[in-house]
Design a protein around this ligand. Structure first.
Ligand SMILES: Nc1ncnc2c1ncn2[C@@H]1O[C@H](COP(=O)(O)OP(=O)(O)OP(=O)(O)O)[C@@H](O)[C@H]1O
Ligand SMILES: [Mg+2]
Length: 193
């Protein structure tokens, strides 16, 4: 079936409008950051929707970061966080204190050090993302959240609760009954429309 709205997707008008408006809000400064959860059965089109919003957000000048949960890596602490923050850790982060930067490096296996508390790692991740979002709004995409490792999921939940006032959108996608879906204040969807 051909599409008529240029998204390349069949249907999904409500979902693309919701995602487009969340990206627009952070670009225009009209609203604070937001977290959106897409929840639906296998093959219903969650990943294609994330792909679409990534393209859309990049086209509009956002930084996009992504992690995909993987069944075989579910036991690897901070594996998904490493996917998200890896690109940001490659560059200097003058606005992040040395203590926080070292906490992240330790969590992500980039330095040998005493493990820090989950609060410290969450606060450090927030500081790094906040710094990036001041340069360009950040859209963070989390796919297959049902397989994201527990320690990363805790950090992502921490971030979802602290988005207000930040130009950052977190879009999570996962199957129903996911053990640790990320917070999403705009609800979920089920069928193709
Ligand atoms: N609205 C849509 N428009 C066009 N193609 C779609 C749409 N929804 C799903 N598809 C197609 O269906 C297939 C499965 O979609 P997708 O991989 O996004 O599903 P999913 O919900 O992420 O599944 P899973 O839970 O297994 O990860 C893909 O080939 C995708 O291109
Ligand atoms: Mg998928």
């Amino acid at each position: 079936m051909p599409t008529t709205d240029g998204t390349g997707l069949i249907g999904r008008h409500r979902e693309t409008a919701l995602l487009r408006s969340a990206v627009h809000d952070v670009l225009s400064g009209a609203g604070g950051g937001t977290a959106i959860l897409l929840r639906g059965e296998a093959s219903i089109g969650k990943t294609v929707l994330l792909d679409w919003v990534r393209t859309e957000a990049r086209r509009r000048g956002c930084t996009t970061l992504r992690a995909v949960g993987c069944e075989t890596e579910e036991g690897q602490a901070f594996g998904a966080l490493h996917q998200v923050l890896g690109p940001l850790m490659e560059r200097p982060s003058p606005a992040v204190s040395r203590h926080r930067r070292e906490a992240l490096e330790s969590a992500l296996g980039l330095r040998d050090a005493q493990p820090q508390s989950s609060f410290m790692i969450g606060a450090a991740a927030l500081a790094l993302l906040a710094e990036a979002s001041r340069i360009r709004p950040v859209v963070l995409l989390l796919d297959d959240v049902q397989w994201i490792d527990t320690s990363s999921a805790a950090v992502f939940s921490f971030l979802c609760r602290r988005l207000a006032g930040l130009p950052m959108v977190i879009v999570s996608a996962g199957r129903p009954g996911a053990r640790r879906p990320m917070a999403g204040r705009r609800g979920s969807w089920r069928s193709r429309s």
